[in-house]
Ligand binder design. Sequence first.
Ligand code: SF4
Length: 862
Amino acid sequence: MLKAYQAHVAERSAIQLPPLPLSAEQVAQVVELLKAPPAGEAETLLDLIANRTPAGVDQAAYVKAAFLADIAKGIAKSPLISPEKAVELLGTMLGGYNVQALVALLETPMAAHAVKALSSTILMFDAFHDVDVLMKAGNAHAKKLIESWANAEWFTNAPVLAKEIKMVVFKVDGETNTDDLSPAQDAWSRPDIPLHAKAMLINKMPDGLKLIDTLKQKGLPLAYVGDVVGTGSSRKSAINSVQWFMGNDIPNIPNKRTGGVILGAKIAPIFFNTAEDSGALPIQCDVSKLNMGDVIVIKPYEGKVLNEAGDVLSTFELNPVTMPDEVRAGGRIPLIIGRGLTSNARKALGLPETTAFIKAAPAVSSTKGYTLAQKMVGRACGLPEGVGVRPNTYCEPKATTVGSQDTTGGMTRDELKELACLGFSSDLVMQSFCHTAAYPKPVDIKLQHSLPEFMSSRGGVSLRPGDGVIHSWLNRLILPDTVGTGGDSHTRFPIGISFPAGSGLVAFAAATGAMPLDMPESVLVRFKGTMQPGITLRDLVNAIPYAAIQEGNLTVGKQGKKNVFNGRILEIEGLPDLKVEQAFEFADASAERSANGCTVLLNKEPVIEFLNSNIVLMQNMIENGYEDARTLQRRIENMQAWLAKPELLTPDADAEYAHVIEIDLNEIKEPLVACPNDPDDIKPLSAVVGDKIDEVFIGSCMTNIGHYRAAAKVLEGSGSIPTRLWIAPPTRMDEAQLRDEGVYSTFGVAGARTEIPGCSLCMGNQARVADKATVFSTSTRNFDNRMGKDARVYLGSAELAAVCAKLGRMPSHAEYLETVGNKLANTAEIYKYLNFDQMTEYKAALDTLSSGKKVIPIAEVV
Ligand code: SF4
């Protein structure tokens, strides 16, 4: 093995590259050699295991961690590695497979060494709870470790950002985009950072790397300087290359560097953030007086760039103000992760918040009150009760609930691996399979088989294909007034607030339990008056953009489009007695407004009802083998704790909103529909009377059980209908109940195509409507070609959908009213929601539990 390795080293050295990191197989061979080292190879073998093996959750790290753990426990022996040295080496592996081994050592004679090793480890995630349990059971070493984390020693032991940094300018005039730094034609080499770095600037500045070599001879680190830096697509590989030439080695981590300084008159935002996340120091400043090869002195705290003579060449403000902490921690992400660990440790010890870190920029000062969203985020940031986060403030709210659906789940999984995440810090992470359940491709099946274990082994809750739509489930598991996120733009919480995100941030929120957020402004929508006959909640959902159009704050045309909701939080008041399932219709549709999030102000009674029901649902999930049961159990207990003292946050009367829209229910007299093909193009029914409808879809996360009963009532007695009707209930619980009630028989008589619970036509990636069909749908959005090629799609209520299905055209308002008035009079029976705590079959499972078959220790349901 060593011979082959030396040949590889020589081969790479010939092209000025370090050897590749070891593979799992090579590490396994090194392990065997370490047990009985050949003469003269001791130093090489120690270097290979200590410095040339990848860390984190790589398979090679798994082999290394297992071997070192065995030595520490006395199970394996090496004449070159003592148990103490083995623990020390475990402590250099950043996080991942080493953590479990080190935590286990807290109960052995090696505990003191394990404490030292873990004190500087921040990628602890769920393993923190294991240490906490040990501490609470009286383990003094665990306590010492938690004290170290509470004192932020992982951070305070690292060098502070220097007051003066002497560097040599490497300047690229004009604009450098990420393709200049990481060319697309060399994309194949990106995983091999040193090799890929050889392609940096190959097109833009062919002699660039030679110049770098020459400048390095001055014996100072280089600063990357440019007029415009990092435009173009987001490429981590671009930062990797800059850091490879201008950054610092990371102890014990092969072929990867951190640090470095980038000075640019303009640094593209994504590149700036990626630099921050990777431990670099990006500074925006005038670079006109900085020239290639100049020796400069950067004074980050004073915001100055000087020449060697002490003349000021440029000034700047460090932004964000937390930048010195980010650099000290090795990047923005390690800082956020570490701060979370310190905060958890202090909480476990009953200590107040630490002062070790720089506080983010103070909020814009105002004496006004806070909106509901601002208070929710404030609570999630640990602010005093009732204090909110002002708009445009950077914050890191706790992400209590995180959702992941199947079409983004694979990417989220890969991001989680990068974060060495073996356990979630977010209180509840849920994975669904709603987008691919009905007609899976082989690749979907593979994911459906592998992802549940990946998620639940980290403490997540995995649903099963056929269970139903992510949001209809996730909303049943959320806690009131908490913050979360999800890898789906419709992750919106009806009794909390969710800020949906891409897979990277979702992974980060899941792994760390917090998310970075620039607090958006809020738009208040206040309903008043009385709902008119035949008007449904979906009409009120559509009334929001309709009202904005009327007042000129929303335009349908794309050129110079106005949208008062764009990037803001939609806060809804005036309908406090809605059931939580109903409130979600509003929250869900806020995605179509391009709003960043949504809150709905509810009374506590519907929330109490909802939580009591969901506790029983979760009990049933545990009983039916859903994993991770521990997470479900914890969420049950958190719900019970809320129910014991049921209080909801409310907005202050003098809260400030970017805009307020008042909607008088008395004035909404006929249904409102989103017309083909734009969810903003809202018109009253009378404007589209008679348009022929070919297909009708009743499904998606916008629906709940009441909609299906209502639709069936409208269809009753119709016999076969002139349209193709699709039915896809949001969850398997809805489907089972509707079957039990005989509702499905009405759909059957009508000739409906019933789909398994899930997204179905809403996503359009599975079954599709006919080309060019005109469709009436209850789903979320009607963008061109989403449901079918060249389809024209109306969006509106299930009640109107059923009338359209029956008539094969858009009805007149009078026809609609006649049908709805006659058929939907018994509203109490039709709009009855799934209260699992009152349903015999769900309660039966609880009875089984309490009868002793399988005891789950929960407090009594309040
Ligand atoms: S039903 Fe539609 S909007 Fe809802 S999660 Fe599925 S695809 Fe997204």
